[in-house]
Each structure stands twice: as structure tokens, then as C-alpha cells.
Design a protein around this ligand. Structure first.
Ligand code: OGA
Ligand code: MN
Length: 218
């Protein structure tokens, strides 16, 4: 292994340590410059290259309960697949994080699903939780931001709340910032953005397949 890849591997382990420590202390982690800058740039180029029709209006709920509800959210999404090498590199990083957290915290994380999200100027996502206690297999949420030079006045903040609805964090969707949080613990919302805003939202899941019922992804 050359010196550069050795140092980036050590750095990744330190990032995983910090995420694991923050998760066990507070249940959430916010890390600027969490992934290699080249990966952030490539992911932004990928998201920005999609023709309008690739993104679909995001819905609320999964599979048979899925419904569009523009009063709750009006971003557009596009699921990640390993078919594209840039998306594959991000999924590989998340796979390493999955194993890193299982090793450190014994979380039993089983797989990961994620999508690009595009918030056009004026878009928002009202306060929600990603998982209701005991009702889903999504246990850990991630959001990675792809917006260089984001200013406070651009809005589009991730606002996080505790279980009593006290505001606990306001996070700017700045390129390179990664947020990781326990899915059933933190209501959160995306305030209205006045500028085009890209992020990648994703979830680590535990295996909730029972007998012949195969738990559907997405
Ligand atoms: C989500 C979500 C937050 C963000 O997609 O569930 O909460 O900041 N996204 O993009
Ligand atoms: Mn969410």
C-alpha cells in the first residue's frame, strides 16, 4: 500500500471513531469534511449532470404506503446504484462505515440504501422522523451535503430537535459535511432553501425479513 492510501485509510478510521463516539454520547454526529473532497466533487458533478427527468418527486412512506405529499416535502430524489462508479464509491464508503460501526458499537447494521435529493429554490421538507420506534428497520440516518460556498442566507438548513421538540442543532448543507443520527430519536426538517440544494440521504437498516416475507428495500 502506498503512503497516500495508507494515510487516507487511517484518516477514515479516525472519522469512524468520531462518528461512533458521538453516536454513543448524544445519538448524533456532525462532521465537516468527512469524506475525501474528490468524492464530494464527483458526487456533485454526478447529481448536477442528471437530466430533469431522472429525479422524481419524493414521497412519504414506503412501498404500498407511499404517497406524494407536496405539503410535507417537495424535493426530488434519485436512488443510488452501484452501476455508476461515483455512486459505487460512495456506497463503498458507507459499507465501510457500516462495518466500522458494527465493530465499534455492535449495532447489527445489515445494509444501506440512499438517494440523491435535489431541492429547487423554494423547496423544503417539513418536520418528520425517519423511523417510528419499533415500526421500521431503518435505524441510522445519514445525510451528506454537496453545496460549495453555502451562505446562512441561502436557508435550506437541517434543523434537528430532541424528543421533547427542543431545537438542538442547525446544520448548513455545506459541501463535505456528513450528519449521522439514530433514525427514531430525532425529529428534523429542512428549512426552505432559496438556492438549488443537493444532498444524499441514506439509511442503515437492520434485517427485518421474517419467514417468507422479504422486507422490501426503499
Ligand atoms: C430526508 C432528510 C435532510 C436533508 O431525506 O429524510 O431528512 O438535509 N433530509 O437533506
Ligand atoms: Mn429525514
Amino acid at each position: 500500500m502506498d503512503a497516500e492510501s495508507l494515510s487516507s485509510e487511517l484518516n477514515t478510521e479516525l472519522v469512524f471513531d468520531r462518528i461512533a463516539d458521538a453516536l454513543s454520547e448524544t445519538g448524533y454526529a456532525v462532521l465537516p469534511a468527512a469524506l475525501p473532497a474528490t468524492m464530494g466533487d464527483a458526487l456533485l458533478a454526478r447529481a448536477a449532470s442528471f437530466d430533469h427527468s431522472v429525479f422524481r418527486a419524493a414521497g412519504v412512506g414506503r412501498a404500498d404506503k407511499f404517497q406524494l405529499n407536496a405539503l410535507v416535502r417537495n424535493d426530488e430524489i434519485c436512488w443510488l446504484t452501484p452501476d455508476n462508479e461515483v455512486e459505487a464509491a460512495y456506497l463503498a464508503w458507507m459499507e465501510a462505515l457500516r462495518m466500522g460501526l458494527n465493530r465499534r458499537l455492535f449495532m447489527g447494521l445489515f445494509d444501506y440504501e440512499g438517494h440523491f435529493a435535489r431541492y429547487a429554490p423554494g423547496a423544503f421538507y417539513k418536520k418528520h422522523v425517519d423511523a417510528f420506534k419499533g415500526r421500521t428497520n431503518r435505524v441510522l440516518s445519514t445525510v451528506f451535503y454537496l453545496n460549495p460556498n453555502w451562505e446562512v442566507a441561502d436557508g435550506g438548513h437541517l434543523l434537528m430537535y430532541d424528543h421533547r421538540d427542543n431545537a438542538i442543532a442547525t446544520i448548513s448543507p455545506l459541501m463535505g459535511t456528513l450528519v449521522v443520527f439514530l433514525s427514531d430519536r430525532f425529529p428534523h426538517e429542512v428549512s426552505q432553501a432559496s438556492r438549488l440544494r443537493y444532498s444524499i440521504a441514506g439509511w442503515f437498516r437492520v434485517n427485518a425479513s421474517l419467514g417468507s416475507h422479504i422486507d422490501p428495500p426503499q
